[in-house]
Design a protein around this ligand. Structure first.
Ligand SMILES: Cc1ncc(C[n+]2csc(CCOP(=O)(O)OP(=O)(O)O)c2C)c(N)n1
Ligand SMILES: [Mg+2]
Length: 566
């Protein structure tokens, strides 16, 4: 029996308790110091190890799993910069409230701070971005080792789930020899039983908060805006119906469903419409709106009420008159029955007429254009997927285009890394989601977003995942054409960064399937072919930047004129 045998036995107790706490998927990367943990994970029948070369990708992969499952996934790394590579996904998980277990191997205390190879200070490595940090003991045979390691795993899972879900870091020091001899080690104590914790509910709102909410909800001209949310639920729609308030659900809210506005962001982008429709109260559920127009509209409301289960930063401009940390569905259900029906339907009818007119006008113009346009790609992709599908959408223009152009529908789940809105780790996130979602998982992302995580595509495209990436390729970050940087002489070199890279060759090198779509009408058939073929596939849609800028202006003009006629 050596140190490696003891460490493996303890890590097996830890891994077994992870399974009993509902953890199933683990991202894992090669390394020596993590040997006992890696072996324990691989040898635990209830855990599925997904091997990634790059720890950053591995962490985003686990984030994708956890985001789709609503339950933590784990990521295992060796020591040193391997552990530091988890940071971007940790930040995203923290800000988007995604439960994640970070299991980093480390040197034992006597080898820290003395210049040992591949050793950095891993204590509290992720600072305020984790909900809990534990520097575990070096594994030893003790009276209650089974109970203690099991308990550590169980507590880590529980802390990742609440009260505010997020990442938990367990730093695990191991002494050499790290490789077990194969000798059996009998650990003392008994493992804790099966305890699967769910999300812990936020504290109940006070009666003063509820009274104030009722008062706000009794105003006549209200609008409900749902940003990123774990579960918005039916009560928001019931509230809209009862009070005659339009509901504008961002795709990631789960509330872009029939009965809600179809072109809300495009309408709010029309200055005249926004000016004529300032609400007495805007009820924001979850995160702040993604679009500038939505943000401006929320900021211009006479009163702003925010209901969010996690206290997400949902009020960047600091306008809120009332903020309640509560689950929107149950809170709204509580107050719904006390609210009287709207006294007139004119406010609601005005919004509905405008939305119908804008939708019709936008659809007509999108159908007229033969060449691909990002707005139509977003609209058609969201519309063509089967019920039960999951769509992961990248930051930059794709998330905004989906918000602007997606028609309400049931049966589609939309996910995005919008906690910190990075363009990093996208491919890995999608592949993680694909482990949980109905296959295949669909993704919409820009070319830079795909390239940022190209390593993950190279590593994972042939590892049995099922995902279709639809990539409007405008040769760089087209978003900068729509921002103030457009006026700078350095627009291309410092901001858009055209790369000229051939995505077909990237697909070829990684073994991913590939198809290029040149005409707008051909996209849906290409997506269906890719989905039917299985595996990881890229559908590239070339976009001309200058033409896209002109098309966006044309859509805005068409919307303005349709709204002007209502
Ligand atoms: C990790 C990270 N680095 C940089 C940025 C800043 N950024 C926001 S959008 C963007 C360009 C994205 O380009 P692409 O994915 O091609 O989408 P497009 O703008 O063309 O729609 C960049 C660099 C970011 N959000 N995240
Ligand atoms: Mg781009």
């Amino acid at each position: 029996m050596n140190e490696g045998d003891v460490a493996l036995a303890c890590m097996r107790a830890f891994a077994g308790a992870l399974v009993r706490s509902g953890v199933g998927e683990v991202g894992l990367s090669p390394g020596s110091r993590s040997t006992p943990l890696a072996l324990a994970v691989a040898r635990e029948p209830g855990l599925h190890a997904h091997v990634h070369l790059d720890e950053r990708a591995s962490a985003f992969f686990a984030l994708g799993v956890a985001k789709a499952a609503g339950h933590p996934a784990a990521v295992v790394t060796t020591s040193g910069t391997a552990a530091a590579n988890l940071f971007p996904a940790v930040v995203e998980a923290s800000m988007a409230r995604v439960p994640l277990l970070l299991l980093t191997a480390d040197r034992p205390p006597e080898l820290r701070g003395v210049g040992a190879n591949q050793t950095i200070d891993q204590v509290e490595l992720f600072g305020p971005y984790v909900r809990w940090f534990v520097d575990a003991d070096v594994p030893t045979v003790s009276e209650d080792a089974l109970g203690a390691w099991g308990d550590l795993a169980r507590r880590a899972v529980a802390r990742s789930l609440g009260p505010t879900p997020g990442p938990v870091h367990v730093n695990l020091p191991f002494r050499e020899p790290l490789v077990p001899s194969g000798a059996e080690v009998a650990l003392g104590g008994a493992p804790p039983g099966r305890t699967i914790e769910g999300h812990q509910p936020p504290p109940a709102p006070t009666s003063a908060e509820i009274d104030m909410l009722r008062e706000m909800l009794s105003l006549e001209r209200g609008v409900i805006v749902a940003g990123s949310l774990r579960a918005a639920g039916r009560p928001a729609l019931d509230l809209g119906e009862r009070r005659g308030w339009p509901v504008l659900g961002e795709p990631t809210s789960g509330l872009r469903v029939p009965g809600t506005l179809s072109t809300g962001s495009l309408m709010l982008g029309d200055p005249k419409f926004a000016k004529d429709h300032v609400p007495q109260v805007l009820l924001q559920l979850g995160a702040a709106p993604t679009s500038r127009a939505g943000l401006g509209f929320a900021g211009g409301a006479e009163r702003l009420v925010i209901v969010d289960p996690d206290g997400l930063v949902g009020d960047p401009a600091g306008h809120a008159d009332l903020r309640i940390e509560a689950d929107p569905a149950s809170l709204l259900e509580t107050v719904l029955s006390d609210l009287r029906p709207a006294s007139s339907t004119s406010w609601f009818d005005g919004w509905r007429r405008a939305d119908d007119a804008a939708r019709r006008a936008v659809d007509v113009v999108l159908e007229m254009w033969d060449e691909p346009y990002e707005g139509r790609i977003a609209r058609d992709l969201a519309a063509c997927l089967r019920d039960g599908a999951t769509l992961v959408v990248g930051s930059s223009m794709p998330v905004r285009d989906l918000d602007a152009y997606m028609a309400p529908r049931n049966g589609l789940r939309v996910l995005a890394n919008r906690g910190a809105s990075g363009i990093d780790g996208f491919v890995s996130t999608v592949l993680g989601v694909s482990v949980v979602a109905v296959p295949p998982t669909f993704a919409l992302c820009g070319d830079l977003t795909l390239l940022h995580d190209a390593g993950s595509l190279l590593w994972s495209a042939q590892r049995g995942y099922d995902a279709v990436f639809v990539v409007p390729n405008n040769d760089g970050g087209g978003i900068f054409d729509l921002l103030g940087q457009r006026a700078l002489p350095e627009l291309d070199t410092l901001f858009v960064t055209p790369h000229g890279l051939d995505l077909a060759r990237l697909a070829d090198a990684s073994g991913a399937g590939y198809e290029r779509v040149e005409r707008a009408d051909d996209l849906v058939a290409a997506i269906e072919r890719a989905a039917a073929a299985g595996g990881v596939r890229i559908v590239e849609v070339p976009i001309d930047r200058e033409r896209s800028i002109a098309r966006r202006a044309e859509v805005a003009a068409v919307v303005a004129s349709a709204l002007g006629r209502t």
